[in-house]
Design a protein. Structure first.
Length: 164
């Protein structure tokens, strides 16, 4: 009991964000949507997916699941708020082709299955398949560093280093 009294309370400051989906890593500035490319929502990176499955890139909690299931927000253990936006203009699909495997408020571990989506449908009916991964509260961190890789595997490869 007393050992906890003298234990330092060390909050998690730095985290490594793993790829939430397998595919080709793309710099955010190359995303063909100014909201993401100009970092209006925050800093991050993007992935052109090769599969239709999204996995949790961090340990944390689901803070937002859009009704259309095209985007999901996760709060990481260090407070980073991560937005995973599946495709471009996919909100217009009104949830068609998307299946959520979590709900708001649920705690998740790195690698937990979050969403499934029909990649072919997105190719045919949306503006693009690219998945931006954004730290929406960028100002709360001293640095956000993107990894320099070409291909990434979901749950295996680091894509961002976020330092408090």
């Amino acid at each position: 009991m007393l050992k906890n009294l003298f234990k330092k309370n060390e909050a998690i400051k730095d985290i490594t964000i793993l790829a939430p989906v397998s595919g080709e890593l793309i710099g955010l500035e190359k995303v063909p949507d100014p909201v993401f490319a100009e970092k209006m929502m925050g800093d991050g990176i993007a992935i052109d997916p090769s599969i239709g499955e999204i996995f949790s890139p961090v340990n944390g909690k689901i803070i937002q699941l859009f009704p259309t299931k095209h985007a999901i927000g996760i709060e990481a253990e260090n407070g980073a708020e991560i937005l995973i936006h599946v495709g471009l203009d996919t909100v217009n699909l009104n949830g068609e082709g998307f299946t959520a495997h979590v709900e708001e408020g649920k705690k998740v571990k790195q690698g937990d299955h979050l969403l499934s989506f029909n990649l072919e449908m997105i190719r045919e009916r949306a503006t693009g398949t690219i998945i931006p991964i954004i730290i929406t509260n960028t100002d709360a961190f001293s640095s956000i560093k993107a990894e320099n890789k070409k291909q990434v595997m979901a749950g295996k490869d680091a894509i961002l280093l976020v330092n408090k």
